[in-house]
Every structure is written in C-alpha cells, then in structure tokens.
Design a protein around this ligand. Structure first.
Ligand code: ADP
Length: 595
C-alpha cells in the first residue's frame, strides 16, 4: 500500500518556515507546524540544535556550530590551519583577535610596513558575534582611535581588507553559497550549484581616508544596502542588487574567464574550511550526543560568504551557521508603510537548497539503501570448497606467578582459499530471513505503488564534494586526530574541557614525559596554557582546558620532541607516536580484560 510520508516538525523553523513549507509540499511530506507528541523523522530548527529536546530522528543543526563559526573562533581555527599549511590556507585574510592580540597586530603591521614602504594597507574591524555588517568599520592604521576605544568593551577580529575585489557594473559584490554538512563522521559535504550575489549600491573605489566610512561602497551586506536609495529590487535573477551567482558566472564566462577553475577553487575553499571546523564540532558533538546513548543525528546548511578578488581568487569572509532562508523582503509601499513581498531570486535558490537537503537526508531513502546494501547478512552462505588454514595459534590459557588463570581473547586471522572453479552457493534461507527480504524494494515498481514523490522534481541542486574529493584533502585532517586524542581523555561524558588529571593521563599513557620533561613540567604547561585561554573570556562556564588550548599544548610538545621538522610534520609525528602507544595500551587492556 501507500508508504507513510516522512514527518517533519516545523514548529521551531522561524524565518525559514515559508521556504520549508514550499519544500515539504513539493516533496509531499507531512508537516507538523505545532510539533507532535510522537517523535518526528526530522526536526527543522531556526536557530540551534538546542531549540527542542530531541532524542531521535534528525535535526538540521549541529551542537556547537554557532560557537564554532563565530568570527573569533573561526579566525583561530583558520590560524591553526595556516600555521600548519600556510599555502593551502591562503584564502582567508590575515586576521588578529582583539583585544588580546592588539600588541601583536601593531607590531606585525609595523614590521611589514618597514620592510615594504609602498604597502598601504586597510583593515576591517568586525565585532565578534556581530552579523549583517553590525559594528563593522575600516581603518588605515592600527593607531586608529576608534579601535583602541571600542575593543575593550567588545571583542573583535581585525582583518586585512581586500582592496581589489572583482567588480561587476563597477560595484563590489560578494557571494553567498549554501553548503550542506550532511554528516560529521564520516565527513560528507555538498555544495549548492547556485548561490546569491549581493551587491553594493555605490560604485567601488579603493579605500582612502575620505571614503573609508562609506558602507554602501565597501560592505556588501543586504541588510545595509537595502536602505540605500540606489538599491534595486528585481524579479530577474541577473539584474538588481541581489542576483543569482550563476548569472555572474555566465557573465564572467562570456568575458572569457575560466569559470571551471573558479568553481574548483571554491570547492577547495569550502572543503578546507570545513576541515578546519570539524575538530571543534566533534568535541561539541560527543558532549551533547555521547556515543552509545540515544540521540538524533545532525546535518546543517551553512552560508559561506566569499569575495572574489580581481584575479578571480575566492577569499573566505565568514561562515554563517544560520544563513537567512527568508524568501520575501520588506518593501516600503508609501512612506512608513511596509509590506512583505515575495522575492523570486531568493525563492529560486533557497527553496531548492532546503528541498534537496531534505531529499538527501530522507530517512526512508536511507532505510531502503541500507536494506539494499545489507541483504548479504540475511543469507547464511555455504562454501563447500573452502580450506581453512590456521597460522601459529598462541596458547589460550596462561597462569601467572600466583597461579591465577588468565584467559586470552584471541583474534584469529583466517585465510580462505577457494578451489579453482568452485562457487559459493546460497543454502537454505530460513523463514525469518524471507520476511526481511521483503524490505528490499523490488527493482520494478509494484503495480499499485504510488508514484515516487521525487518524480517530477528537478535534479538535485546539491553536489557532493566530500568524500568525492577526499583523496586530495585527507592529508589536511590532522587536527581531527588531535581532537580524537583530546576527546579520549575528556573522561566524563558531557564535557568539552579537559581537567588536569585528564591531561596528565594523556601525557602518561602516550609516554610523553621523560627526564627532560617531568610531570611537574606537564602540570605547569597545563596551568599556563589553560589560564591564558580562560582569561581570553570566550567560555568561562566550564573550567578546564578547551580543545584549542589542548591543540596549542600539543603543538608545543611536538616542537619540543621533533625540533628540526616543519610544524605539520612535527605534529603528525607526535600524533603517530601517541596513537601508537594508545593502540598498544588498548591491545594490552583487551588481552587482559581490563575494560
Ligand atoms: P557580517 O557577519 O557582519 O556580515 P562579514 O564578515 O560578512 O560580517 O563582513 C561584512 C561585509 O564586509 C562583507 O559582506 C564584505 O562586503 C565586507 N568585508 C568583510 N571582510 C572583508 C575583507 N577582509 N575585505 C574586504 N571586504 C570585507
């Protein structure tokens, strides 16, 4: 008969509700706008993972995503990757974190200016946690008074300003691209084929002291430019102050630009950025959804803000955990009278992104796929012509000095040899398995089966880029392995910070202390780094060492141990050293049954 539709709780969808409703209608899925007493398959949240208490199904937010992509945290994560792989991560402008790095900012700029007197930089100051251009301003020199005045009250990021952006119609614009993080473990990333280009409303000029404050010239935020009298609402996707990215690509391609190379650079930027974010996300994930306990799985649509430089190099400006999914805009009908009117450009791009995200996480498709992939488990297979050869089996029972018996858990390596010409046969299939086999969908649709809800929908607008291109990028995923060590020693589930005992155990189990590095020195390292990170005022709630502090300590230990290598090789060597000792320890524990 009819398949029951996928159920979606939209009660917390907030401003994405309209686009979600249209998507659900197109998919013919069941919406619960006021929530539901029974669990739903999917929960669509407007703000964060914690909008609802959920124990099953799927949520469209990852725990900790908002914290991870804040301006300061993102800049720190990018800095870590820039330290390890400077060439690969040159798509993020040089940034300093204020207030604590103000002296460093002043000093570095002075050195750079001294070494190149023709360098006339501009910097952009962005308050942490701000959005929509809120509180952003440009400065020409670190000694700018506004900078020193405001930073004490509001932490911020100060960043090199990209002075030569690509212009279209003499205007600066940026790109909002939608990226689906479908899964963290294993990592799965999709990019939407189309995005939005948001235009400034004053012709662009390179920054001078005179035009620094002209936001309609320098900032591409829709929320700012909408207030300009030059803002053009357009129903066409290739004119006006908000256009589709594909319309820009068409234009660039007609001018002879290498659009394929541009897309490839954008894909690489997106994958590398997500690789920089995953370590932190994994720490939040294990804290909110400990493995082995019931909990939902997560996916999330992210908004990547990208600026194209004149030479078409894409630069990352920021990542939004909650990109606007509004498909209407406010219009002033007469002075002071506003009305929400549909925005066709937004609708075209955003509905496709939400609908296709849902198609990709469709739980029924997953069930069908699982059933298709696993039928082999349903059959007892009989291989009549197999010889089994055992290799040097160790003793199974041992006595220690006190004559206590210890049993060894053996893992046997078996090699199977098939006689030439023989073929494994399916033997008798018991009744229970026959029932399960029905779960595998037939190749041809049943005569009375309803038409697939996907029939008639356009092809997916989201394209998989990871694991598709994993081979090219996996070598960058080394902080993930440091995070795995950190998570292992967190101990009590539900925390995101490592206590002093956890850090000591890490050092001891990985055999990192020696005559040159005593346990007292380990404690001092822990205290020094933890105190400094906690004084930076990001997250005081939980005491202890956060992941980024652990990463710093880890890099410190790596530099100490492998002096002459480049940083990423030092870190990699230490990771391998630690993993090797921990694997040996695990093996010992398994053998001796130490739990
Ligand atoms: P917000 O979250 O407040 O929108 P963004 O980081 O996106 O903050 O910056 C707002 C706008 O400022 C961007 O859309 C872009 O137009 C401009 N901008 C930001 N950083 C830079 C930069 N480094 N160089 C040039 N322009 C920038």
């Amino acid at each position: 008969g009819r398949r029951p539709g996928v159920t979606v709780d939209s009660s917390k969808a907030k401003t994405s509700l309209e686009a979600l409703k249209i998507s659900l209608r197109q998919l013919r899925w069941k919406e619960f706008p006021f929530g539901r007493r029974l669990p739903c398959d999917i929960y669509w949240h407007g703000v964060s993972f914690h909008d609802n208490n959920i124990f099953s199904g799927q949520v469209n937010k990852f725990p900790g995503m908002m914290e991870t992509v804040r301006k300061i945290t993102l800049s720190r994560a990018m800095r870590t990757m820039q330290d390890l792989f400077p060439l690969e991560y040159n798509f993020y402008p040089r940034s300093w974190i204020l207030p604590e790095e103000l002296p460093l900012f002043v000093a570095e700029v002075r050195v750079m200016k001294d070494s190149d007197p023709s360098w006339k930089p501009t910097f952009i100051v962005k308050p942490d946690g701000g959005c929509q251009g809120d509180g952003i301003y440009l400065i020409k020199d670190p000694s700018d008074i506004r900078l020193t005045g405001s930073i004490q009250s509001r932490p911020a990021v100060v960043q090199e300003y990209i002075c030569k952006p690509l212009l279209v119609d003499k205007l600066k614009f940026d790109i909002r691209l939608y990226v689906l993080l479908k899964s963290l473990e294993p990592l799965e990333i999709y990019i939407a084929k189309d995005g939005l280009s948001r235009f400034c409303t004053e012709p662009y000029q390179e920054p001078t002291l005179k035009n620094l404050h002209q936001v309609f010239m320098h900032l591409t935020n829709y929320s700012l430019n909408i207030h300009s009298e030059n803002f053009i609402h357009s129903d066409s996707v290739n004119t006006g102050s908000k256009r589709t990215f594909s319309s820009i690509l068409c234009r660039l391609s007609s001018r002879g630009a290498d659009v394929k190379k541009l897309w490839s650079d954008i894909i690489s930027l997106v994958i590398k950025t997500i690789i920089a974010l995953t370590p932190e996300l994994k720490v939040y994930y294990q804290s909110d959804i400990p493995s082995g306990k019931p909990g939902p799985t997560c996916f999330q649509i992210l908004g990547f803000d990208i600026l194209l430089m004149k030479n078409l190099k894409p630069m990352l400006l920021e990542v939004n955990a909650n990109p606007s999914m509004r498909i209407e805009h406010e219009q002033e009908l007469s002075p002071g009278v506003f009305e929400n009117v549909p925005s066709p450009v937004d609708e075209e791009v955003k509905v496709a992104v939400i609908r296709d995200t849902l198609r990709l996480v469709d739980p029924q498709k997953k069930k069908r796929k699982d059933a298709q992939e696993s039928p082999v488990h349903l059959y007892p297979i009989y291989f009549p012509d197999i010889f089994i050869q055992f290799h040097n089996l160790p003793d199974v029972c041992m006595k220690d000095k006190q004559h206590k018996h210890h049993s060894l858990k053996l893992s046997l390596k078996l090699k199977f040899y098939l006689k030439p010409g023989s073929c494994p046969r399916l033997e008798h299939v018991p009744e229970s398995s026959e029932l399960l086999l029905d779960a595998v969908p037939a190749e041809r649709p049943e005569p009375d089966a309803p038409r697939s809800p996907e029939a008639g929908l356009p092809s997916l607008c989201l394209k998989q880029v990871f694991p598709k291109y994993a081979k090219q990028f996996n070598y960058l995923r080394i902080v993930d392995r440091v995070a795995a060590l950190f998570i292992r020693f967190l101990g009590v589930k539900g925390t995101t910070k490592l206590g002093p005992t956890g850090f000591r155990t890490f050092v001891r189990n990985c055999k990192l202390s020696n005559s040159n590095f005593s346990m007292a020195a380990v404690d001092i390292l822990y205290i020094d780094i933890t105190r400094r990170w906690n004084s930076m005022g990001i997250d005081h709630k939980e005491p202890g060492m956060c992941l980024q502090a652990f990463v710093e300590a880890f890099f410190c230990l790596a530099q100490k141990k492998y002096k002459s290598l480049p940083l990423h090789e030092q870190v990699l060597s230490l990771i391998e050293f630690c993993e090797c000792h921990l694997a040996a320890l695990d093996e010992k524990r398994l053998v001796w049954g130490w739990g």
